[in-house]
Design a protein around this ligand. Structure first.
Ligand SMILES: [Fe+2]
Length: 246
């Protein structure tokens, strides 16, 4: 089975279109969404509708999905994120608002094969940035393999009996074979707002038969997305950071 793993799209239509164009030539069976479909960008409805059209096998909510759809009020958000969330909430169609509000909280186990979570499988709003957080999650859970998002940073953590390993993935396409006896936490990176210093959209394909994760990076028309954000009156830092990948 080949799973298309998409995370942190953040209302970035151009980035999602580029990713879906790329995978049109690839074989994949089931789409998995790790949350934050909306928030920050200027195309929330178009983005939700494209994701819904994929008929995802599993889609879980992210912190921005919660605030943008009114499940939470966003008191923990910074000013820029909250401003974008309120802007998004005012523009979502009733149908898309309902779809976002219905997204379940992670972790969710997919086909008995792996788990998915937005931030971590312990706390959907917490971050895994490095090995300390990864080790904490490995210790408190038992999933052999879990995909997560939220940090917008593509990375693979592996826990073997004697060590924890960090694999930083290099663009444009990085293949990694999961080893037997090792547990993994895998972040496919962010489609709509990468934060690893590389502006290319990031996503993953997981082949459960060969136990291979491939992280792909795809260019898209960043200037177009930036212009839309500014034209919509959304905060300028949201546009500026897209070109930097931060
Ligand atoms: Fe996010």
């Amino acid at each position: 089975m080949r799973y298309l793993i998409l995370s942190d799209i953040h209302s970035n239509r151009e980035a999602l279109v580029a990713v879906l164009n790329r995978v049109r030539r690839k074989r994949w069976d089931k789409a998995i969404i790790l949350g934050d479909v909306v928030g920050y960008g200027a195309n929330p409805n178009q983005t939700v509708e494209m994701v819904r059209a994929l008929r995802p096998h599993v889609a879980i909510r992210g912190n921005h999905d919660k605030v943008c759809s009114g499940v939470e009020d966003g008191e923990m958000f910074n000013r820029v994120a909250l401003q974008a969330a309120v802007w998004t909430r005012e523009r979502l169609t009733p149908s898309n608002l309902h779809w976002l509000r219905s997204l379940p909280e992670g972790p969710v186990v997919v086909d008995g094969a792996f788990a998915v979570a937005h931030g971590t499988p312990i706390d959907e709003d917490a971050y895994i940035f490095g090995e300390i957080e990864a080790l904490n999650v490995f210790r408190q859970t038992a999933f052999p393999l879990c995909f997560f998002g939220h940090s917008h940073f593509p990375v693979i953590f592996g826990l073997s009996p004697d060590a924890i390993q960090t694999v930083l993935t290099m663009p444009p396409s990085f293949r990694f074979r999961l080893e037997p006896g090792v547990r993994y936490l895998v972040n496919p990176g962010s489609i709509g707002q990468p934060r690893d210093g590389n502006p290319l959209a990031s996503f993953a394909i997981f082949d459960s038969d060969t136990r291979t994760v491939t992280i792909h990076r795809v260019p898209y028309r960043v200037e177009r997305t930036q212009k839309k954000i500014l034209d919509a009156g959304l905060p300028r830092p949201l546009a500026d950071r897209l070109a930097l990948g931060r």
